[in-house]
Design a protein around this ligand. Sequence first.
Ligand SMILES: [Zn+2]
Ligand SMILES: [Zn+2]
Length: 196
Amino acid sequence: MSSQSSIPWFDEFIGVAYRYFDLRMNVVPLFSDQKESLNLWRDVIHWWVDPSIKIRFVETGNDYWFIMGADSQKQDTNISMYKLLPKSEHYERFKKGHGGEAYLRFGVYTKLTLENSKKDTLCDCGHEASDHDENDGDACLYNTCDCKKFSSFQVNLLKRKKTITDIKFLDEENVKDDVLAWNCLNINKFSKTESS
Ligand SMILES: [Zn+2]
Ligand SMILES: [Zn+2]
């Protein structure tokens, strides 16, 4: 694994969604631009050797590091991905329910406005788009609701997928025993903390 440390780290994606789809849980790095995500899949992920794909979750307080890497058939253009993210309900559900394997897919994240939503699209306030008033700055019409502006999103899962069978949840204390996670924190956490 001596080559691991020379693989560049990439964190220019929005976050990670966890979804049930095709019976297995899906781990879905999110992008705002579909073309960008398709290019990254074509240039990098497509060449990953499935049994070598690793994802690591390193928890730190209310956040966790998402860390993912693999051996590639095109080692010279390979990258590893990471992102520091807040723990979420979906994350906790994945942690409990993944059963040792998951599908890796990319997703395209789109923010929805009242104009491009369907009537029954749920707003972050929990009420449907049709309950929001276009003539009043998109405010929610429920008397008891203080939502002033309709806000929602959708995630489109791209079709291509890879199977992940190497999934580990770690603490910062035992991260030293894991080459991928240790490398990630070394380069992306400890070095940045020192320089800032
Ligand atoms: Zn609302
Ligand atoms: Zn509302």
